[in-house]
Design a protein around this ligand. Structure first.
Ligand code: ARG
Length: 630
């Protein structure tokens, strides 16, 4: 027994000193002890074994499970499994598996797992779970630099409400940027504003009538929205007037109103903008600049900072003309009624071509469209950023639009480029309203949820008194509530925006995660142990099943992150964090710190502190700000 213990200790020590991760961007089968054992007993190529080893959803089913048929060996799974296990060589790290029909559940030996996991996680700290090697161009030679990814997300429209689609894009995009950063990629975050088109000519006209500089400087987002609403009311009234004149037979008067009306004026104004008329452009830059300053502040509350505020207005006319010329030259686009269209049925065979429809690339009057701008912008980014990958976080309502512009870029001869682009889509948010009515801007959403949270906190007066700066805490927890509700399901699913559910402390919510984190922090505060105490803890005292289960879940964290890079679903992280916090909360009664003898206290504390670390890392990865007390 004593020699066994010694062997385990030295093994754990070795594991805790794992070789630098740079060498293993996705972890290779060769360094996975399980893969080599399975290779030994089955004879199957490790490259087939490794990707088929799965983490389990429930600890009762093992730490990992091998679906026997996945190894593609002829025979009945149960019998094959039994034959293989007869050759099991034994391992200091892994228990001998059993066979359960088609599955082979595998359990790690908990002693060595505990002794390697806790010191390793604590040593890595905020880095635990990250794998910077993944983003290296060449994992064996870091000097060759990182791979670059562009994440385009949020992309609201100036002077229009920040709707649910923008909220989801912001949350999911922010998460993806953090995910790739933690995997060592060079991430560029781009906000592609809706800030161009005839309606912005109209906005400028509206500003002359309803706007003023003072209100603009004070609150650009709301003021521009106010102007936009007012001038659109005028447009509606004018249209009604035209109809009225026409119905009264006053055709000439009706035509005159049409020719000189707001719509025409807006068109002309916008034309001036596209021709880079200085006065028109200066004003537009001002609206845009002030809006961006305000957006920046709001995004900051969500821990998001953009590297570039691009936008439809930033796509040069010349670039679009050039793209249109190429499209014509290559026979991809064709004239139709004076406009330029792409008839996909001619370029993509079968159903696929039909489903892509016949989008317009350039209007009769020569102006470009949303689609044209996206095509040019993509080509421009390729040149400017030389990216390895680009993701567009856009609502699934725009699936067709995105398919069209990816396909057009491919048809233009840039298949390699189109292949580097990926659309990350998502479903709708239903009923996004708060107590104060339907929300319009991100700021309003966050403020209303913060207020709601603050009211809830106040109901527990004793606890409330202990919180320093309760308003700020309510704000942070409110933001967590919104974000977690958004990220809990699969992206493509719709969900209902529901304040009561998202703000509840029970169930799988943001406030619940914050509570779990704050509770762990309070353990840290009360224990008052220093690093040395913890490092010297005798981890072999952690023998209770509650303790070993917690260790087992915690050890899954790096693989959860790795797996998230495959799913690109924030729910992969959240599902794990909830699973982990459930195991944690059921262990508090069993693994008490207060009142335990000092040795045990240290060991348990080391375990809880590792849980705190993993929870903190996980919350930050999805973009939450963990609170220490509330
Ligand atoms: N501003 C657009 C909207 O609100 C979203 C832009 C999405 N990004 C893009 N490259 N098309 O609908």
């Amino acid at each position: 027994m004593a020699t066994d213990d010694k062997a385990i200790d030295s093994l754990s020590e070795q594991l805790a000193q794992l070789p630098p991760l740079e060498k293993y961007p996705n972890c290779y089968p060769e360094i996975n002890p399980l893969t080599s054992i399975l290779h030994e007993i089955t004879g199957v190529d490790p490259k087939i074994i490794y990707p088929n080893l799965q983490w389990t959803q429930t600890l009762a089913h093992g730490d990992m499970v091998l679906p026997i048929p996945a190894l593609r060996v002829k025979g009945k799974p149960q019998e094959l499994g039994e034959q293989w296990l007869a050759k099991w060589p034994g391992s200091p790290l892994v228990e001998k598996p059993t066979v359960n029909g088609t599955f082979m559940p595998i359990f790690f030996k908990t002693g060595p797992l505990t002794k390697s996991l806790i010191p390793m996680a604590r040593k890595l700290g905020p880095e635990f779970g990250k794998n910077k090697a993944n983003g290296l161009k060449d994992p064996t030679d870091p000097s060759k630099g990182q791979k670059r990814i562009i994440v385009e997300f949020s992309s609201p429209n100036i002077a229009k409400p920040f709707h649910a689609g923008h909220l989801r894009s912001t949350i999911i995009g922010g998460f993806l940027a953090k995910l790739y950063e933690s995997m060592g990629w060079d991430v560029k975050k781009i906000n592609y504003l809706g800030d161009w088109g005839k309606q912005y000519g109209l906005l400028s006209l509206g500003f002359d009538k309803y706007g003023n500089d003072e209100d603009l400087e004070k609150d650009p987002i709301n003021h521009l929205f106010y102007v936009y609403v007012k001038i659109n009311e005028d447009v509606t009234a004018e249209k009604a007037q035209v109809d009225k004149l026409q119905s009264e037979g006053k055709t000439e008067e009706a035509q005159k109103l049409k020719d000189e009306g707001l719509d025409e004026q807006a068109r002309r104004y916008f034309k001036r903008m596209t021709e880079r008329d200085q006065a028109a452009i200066d004003r537009w830059q001002k609206f845009r600049g002030l809006s961006i300053t305000k957006y920046r502040e709001t995004y900051k509350r969500l821990n998001i900072e953009f590297d570039e505020y691009s936008g439809e207005s930033q796509v040069p006319e010349e670039a679009m003309n050039k793209a249109a010329a190429t499209l014509l030259e290559k026979g991809i686009a064709e004239e139709s009624d004076g406009a330029l269209i792409v008839n996909f049925t001619k370029h993509v065979p079968g159903k696929a071509g039909k489903s892509l429809e016949k989008p317009i690339i350039r209007k009769k009057d020569g102006t470009a469209l949303y689609l044209t701008r996206d095509i040019s912008e993509l080509l421009n980014r390729a040149e400017k950023y030389k990216f390895d990958k680009m993701v567009y976080v856009i609502a699934s309502q725009q699936d067709l639009h995105v398919k069209q512009f990816f396909k057009i870029v491919e048809l233009m001869g840039h298949k390699d480029l189109a292949d580097k682009c990926q659309h990350i889509n998502f479903g709708l948010v239903l009923g996004m309203s708060t107590r104060k009515g339907t929300v319009k801007f991100l700021d309003d959403i966050l403020r209303d949820v913060g207020d709601f949270m603050h009211d809830l906190m106040r109901r527990n007066e004793d606890k409330y008194q202990q919180v320093e700066n309760p308003e700020a805490v309510a704000d942070t927890i409110g933001i967590s509530a919104v974000m977690v509700q958004d990220m809990s399901g699969k992206r493509i699913n719709n969900y209902k925006f529901d304040l009561d559910t998202m703000c509840s402390f029970e169930g799988d919510t943001g406030p619940y995660l914050q509570y779990a984190h704050a509770r762990l922090c309070s353990i840290t505060r009360k224990a008052q142990l220093n690093e040395e105490d913890i490092a010297s803890a005798d981890l072999s005292l952690l023998t209770e099943s509650h303790a070993t289960d917690l260790v087992r879940v915690l050890s899954q964290w790096p693989d959860v992150v790795q797996n998230t890079l495959k799913t690109l679903e924030p729910t992969t992280v959240l599902t794990y964090l909830f699973k982990m916090t459930h195991v944690l909360s059921s262990s508090y009664d069993q693994l008490k710190i207060v009142g335990s003898e000092p040795g045990l206290m240290k060991a348990r504390f080391a375990l809880y502190d590792t849980a705190r670390l993993v929870l903190n890392n996980g919350m930050r990865l999805v973009g939450l700000t963990p609170v220490n007390r509330y």
